[in-house]
Design a protein around this ligand. Sequence first.
Ligand code: PEP
Ligand code: MG
Length: 883
Amino acid sequence: TKWVFSFGDGRAEGKAGDKNLLGGKGANLAEMSSLGLPVPPGFTITTEVCTHFYANGRSYPAELKGQVEAALAEIGRITGKAFGDPERLLLVSVRSGARASMPGMMDTVLNLGLNDETVEALGRESGDERFAWDSYRRFIQMFCDVVLELDHEVFEEILEEEKDRKGYELDTEFSAGELRHLVALYKEKVEAELGKPFPQDPHEQLWAAIGAVFSSWMNARAITYRRLHNIPESWGTAVNVQAMVFGNMGETSATGVAFTRNPSTGEKALYGEFLVNAQGEDVVAGIRTPQNITEAARIAAGSDKPSLEKVMPDAYREFVTISQRLEKHYRDMQDLEFTIERGRLWMLQTRSGKRTAKAALKIAVEMAAEALISRQEAVARIDPSSLDQLLHPTIDPKATREVIGSGLPASPGAATGEIVFTSDEAEEASKAGRKVILVRVETSPEDIHGMHAAEGILTTRGGMTSHAAVVARGMGKPCVSGAGGLRVDTKNGTLMAMGVTLKKGDMITIDGGSGQVLKGKVAMLQPELSGDFAQIMQWADETRRMKVRTNAETPADARMARSFGAEGIGLCRTEHMFFDGDRIVAMREMILADTEAGRRAALAKLLPMQRSDFVELFEIMAGLPVTIRLLDPPLHEFLPKTEEEIEEVAAAMGVSADKLRHRTETLHEFNPMLGHRGCRLAVSYPEIAEMQARAIFEAAVEAAKKTGSAVVPEVMVPLVGLKSELDFVKARIDAAAKEVMAETGVTIDYLTGTMIELPRAALRAHVIAETAEFFSFGTNDLTQTTFGISRDDASSFLETYRQKGVIEQDPFVSLDIDGVGELVRIAADKGRATRPEIKLGICGEHGGDPASISFCEEVGLDYVSCSPFRVPIARLAAAQAAV
Ligand code: PEP
Ligand code: MG
């Protein structure tokens, strides 16, 4: 087996495509070398050795030693040097390199091969004894830290003592002789601490460093990093061994990092920093202020330190040429590392550069314009979720964040305001022109007005599909939910967080993108939706097959969704239309009435409100499909809770508060989510469905007259498990349609369909499709009922599950493709078997999640429907799924 791949001198045994085997760094070093770029020669020990290492009690394959020797000899041949030979000194660096970049997982070892003998050779060859001893000193420190696990602080102490003794301020004041003495002290220390001398044999050093890199794959830092970034343990890391080049050989040497385009704005201009007479670690360490690479950047930054363009014009020109060549070759913005040794440029790394969402759009659009990539590739380059950053105000990355707590990133965007603890306070404050954050343990339908009035919502309980999260997303308001570390004391008007006690009126900021809660007011950046954003969206629309609709019930949401490109409404949750103002009283009347006559009286009040809402929605969505779902209220959300509310409803109904209290108690349910909701309500009280259907059809007639374009309402029945349930409700819908048509003399085309949100419905979809003209997958409930996990209580333990690695992702956020997805697939297939032209869509929260959207494309759904602010994300994700 080939375990070692060499590169250098215009050749390489590997290539950019070998990332799995060689890691990202190794594959790109090989590629650059093949391109004839100046890369210090070296070799990569493959990730398969890492796998072997762990599968065989931390031992190496038998052939490895010979292959490493041969590769070292090859470096020697290219450089005219020999590893371990003081006469022809060859020093190497040893670095890890996994498939995915894992910054900080494992430190680098530089200058490997130095010992008491070779240090003299380095002094002779470089003509700089001081440099040689300083390199040796650094090497001992680095090697001990990374390989021998001897903390670098023991050396810092020695260094400081010596500085004090000499009265020096800076390390650079030491002479060569003094550094030699320091090295002696370092070595004594190593022997005292470890009970054996610092290894002098370069080969012993090399194998110890290789072993340290492989071992680092399983250190705590790496394990945590992998968990956070979903990197499988089985990938392993590669090890790169490379001839040293020195950026610290005096004033004609330098080291730096650069991006081929600006990673924060996307502007097409080389962007980077360097330090004269320094090694790579010095740039990162941030002790010295780096200089700009280009003159233009120096001027823009107002820096008085000369640019690379000025101080080393030849190396600069070569670097510009190489960076342009690499960008063309990889067809993407590159992140580069380089070293200049005595005027000679060496490339140490290239990789695709990380960038902000804004920069990603600009770079993709401009690269397509430059014909470097196709439009389709431009669309594929953008991470759909990152668009969230662009649709809402975000926290200025330059601002300082004083984090006082964190919860779930329930609805994106950042918001700042005064703390208020009740919805009434929120409304009052907002009427007075003050900006507030509504802070609650959890929210309920009675908080709608407060949520509307607030800039953002913070709850200490509840998950990603809690009331607060769903409603906030719908409204496009930032929300952090389930911030369990915070304690709300509504009575005393305080919020306790990490030792800080905040009062009502104090300023806080929430970041719904990260879930962070910050103290005070923080600087924000405003969204921008034209330009590059609009261009990528247009290209995405040309590519995708699935339609993108929105979940909306208020005109404001519907309009916003239209402006984001929604192609209709996929879910109008009619019960949400009754949260506001006096409507909730009429709604409660209807729920609490104990006779049909009582209900009809309340329904008569609701009908005109409902009709006018629908007319408005039909007008906003003129010509586009609108799916209206019949009432699906988990009753507990609507029952009056306070004494005041009970009295209010009692008065409206003309009954005693006592009687109403009793009725409320009768309606109490132990599991409201599995209780008297959805179509069950329509079966118990058909007059509700009749009223709603009537409102829909009357509105359709009216809106068609107003807009002049036909309205084809899609009437949707929730929580169906039996075909007979749907048949029962459909009979009422059809009857209402007939009546309205007879009354108005206008023919109405409409569809009747159902949500698929119960496993039974999915399994019996072929039968249900005999009646249903469309299915809309309600994956919130389908996830809840498939897993048997309450969507309201899930967050408390699902996070623990995630942390312990029992599940990878919250199934309420990203569709569980194996389980819930299987039911979706079954239902889609069965539905089409009965009714080939059946319309299929999804309207659970997953309709705005890119991974779930990709699955929807795979099973051939006709559309996805999501909250307004997710519409652009869904458009892009649907386009990416289609190619
Ligand atoms: C669902 O269950 O996925 C759904 C869209 O309905 P709701 O969230 O209103 O229960
Ligand atoms: Mg549902």
